[in-house]
Ligand binder design. Structure first.
Ligand SMILES: Nc1ncnc2c1ncn2[C@@H]1O[C@H](COP(=O)(O)OP(=O)(O)OP(=O)(O)O)[C@@H](O)[C@H]1O
Ligand SMILES: [Mg+2]
Length: 422
């Protein structure tokens, strides 16, 4: 059910050979830069290679009957076979691993409808999202915590294995629309140098199909499900709640989720079954709030190049009155008026006074979440809720845990600007 890794390595290796240029025919693609041309193997193309003085031939065979079957056929002289076969395959392993290491171009995989092809369920394009941690307006403490979380994760292989745990970490990003959740996922993937597998739940036919998708992902990747709350609330997916729970930490997940980061985004988590949010299923909760004055200043700096302006006190006053907009809304106003900073700031003030009235302080979703979190603390006293009350302390403890390699059970943590004072 999974891709044959030797096949993939041979593919990477052959595509790197200069002899691919000597073929009578091959595939041509444009590269990342507009004048870059990339040569790619064509079906049934023959590639020549030399190893330890022996000449070998590879044929990229593709049988086109009902199921497309992709095979590499290696032709070696009988006299050379015993001498070179093993070291040659070893050489291919080494070279393709080196090429993978050097690979800087990340890919974004999307799932396609289920159909009887051996090519798998994922199709990919270069992942060129421009967002980075630097471009995201977010409380800097929180941003740094996430960065060091990811750094610790990358180094924690031995730690996870000693505990008998799969080397994976899962994040929940929640908050209103346009607050930067998707952009943040892109920033995380780039920071980790991981590919992204973006699962579109509307194209998943049932729970076992979801498992199949998981099986066909590669390590060093971010597995993303966006708007999970919407899918579950509207029942607009054929996947059941238990299918999602198993996807998050079922037995299959423990076989094939090594070296992966799972990310789920939601507008609010108040309607989500608490079982889904328990530690282990979700390790880190990150709240994405509407814009406040501090985030506004970051946006003004990056979009308008303004560190300060005579209208800033007025903007601050409107924010203090409880008005707010999403960073996306404010960003749009700044882009539209980028040639005149004063006009841009005035339009932000007007929009805050009209569209943004009260959204910062009396947001219904926020109130619901606060009461949900207090309720679960009072009534159930479960560890994830308690953690929210004491975020900074617990967060430090958690990373302390990774550092001192203690074997204590990992907990979930909720990172949000409001709660960090906890
Ligand atoms: N915190 C932020 N800092 C900088 N830019 C932001 C921020 N939030 C949103 N933006 C900008 O607004 C646009 C929309 O952001 P994004 O798609 O990441 O929001 P989202 O939270 O995923 O929204 P939705 O819930 O609707 O999917 C992007 O172009 C992004 O650059
Ligand atoms: Mg989004």
């Amino acid at each position: 059910m999974q891709e044959n890794q030797l096949y993939r390595k041979v593919y990477v290796y052959l595509n790197s050979l200069t002899s691919i240029e000597d073929s009578d025919f091959t595939n041509l693609f444009t590269g990342k830069k507009s004048n870059e041309i990339i040569l790619g193997l064509d079906p049934n193309q023959i590639i020549e290679d030399d190893f330890l003085g022996a000449r070998v031939f590879w044929i990229n065979q593709e049988k086109n009957d009902t199921n497309t079957c992709r095979t590499f056929v290696l032709k070696v002289r009988k006299a050379d076979k015993r001498r070179i076969l093993r070291p040659y395959l070893q050489h291919i392993h080494t070279v393709s691993d080196e090429l993978d290491q050097k690979k800087k171009d990340l890919r974004l995989y999307v799932n396609i409808q289920n159909h009887p092809s051996q090519e798998g369920r994922w199709r990919s394009i270069p992942f060129t999202h421009p967002s980075t941690f630097e471009t995201i307006a977010m409380e800097s403490d929180l941003k740094n915590k996430v960065k060091s979380d990811l750094e610790s994760f990358l180094k924690a292989k031995q730690f996870y294995h000693r505990l008998g745990r799969v080397w994976k970490r899962s994040f929940l990003l929640y908050g209103p629309s346009g607050t930067g959740k998707s952009s943040f996922v892109a920033a995380m993937a780039k920071f980790l140098c991981y590919d992204v597998y973006d699962i579109d739940l509307s194209r998943v036919s049932d729970d076992s199909d979801l498992k199949m998708l998981l099986l066909q992902t590669k390590s060093k990747s971010v597995i993303l499900i966006e708007d999970l709350d919407r899918f579950l609330a509207n029942k607009s997916t054929a996947v059941s709640l238990s299918g999602v729970l198993n996807f998050m930490d079922g037995i299959l997940n423990s076989c094939c989720l090594e070296e992966r980061v799972m990310v789920f985004t939601m507008n609010g988590k108040e309607l989500i079954d608490p079982a889904m949010l328990r530690p282990g299923r979700i390790d880190v909760h990150i709240h994405f709030p509407l814009c406040d004055f501090s985030a506004f200043k970051t946006l003004a700096n990056s979009y308008l190049g303004l560190k300060d302006h005579k209208l800033f006190p007025q903007v601050e006053e409107v924010f203090q009155s409880g008005a707010s907009l999403s960073p996306a809304e404010i960003g749009e106003l700044m882009i539209a008026n980028r040639n005149s900073p004063s006009r841009a700031l005035k339009s932000v003030i007007t929009a805050l006074q009209t569209d943004g009235d009260g959204r910062g302080s009396s947001n219904i979703g926020r109130r619901l979440y606060d009461s949900w979190s207090r309720k679960s603390l009072d009534e159930t006293g479960d560890s994830s809720s308690m953690f929210r009350e004491n975020t900074v302390k617990e967060f430090k403890k958690l990373y302390g845990l990774l550092r001192i390699k203690s074997s204590r059970k990992a907990q979930s943590c909720d990172l949000s600007a409001e709660q960090k004072e906890g």
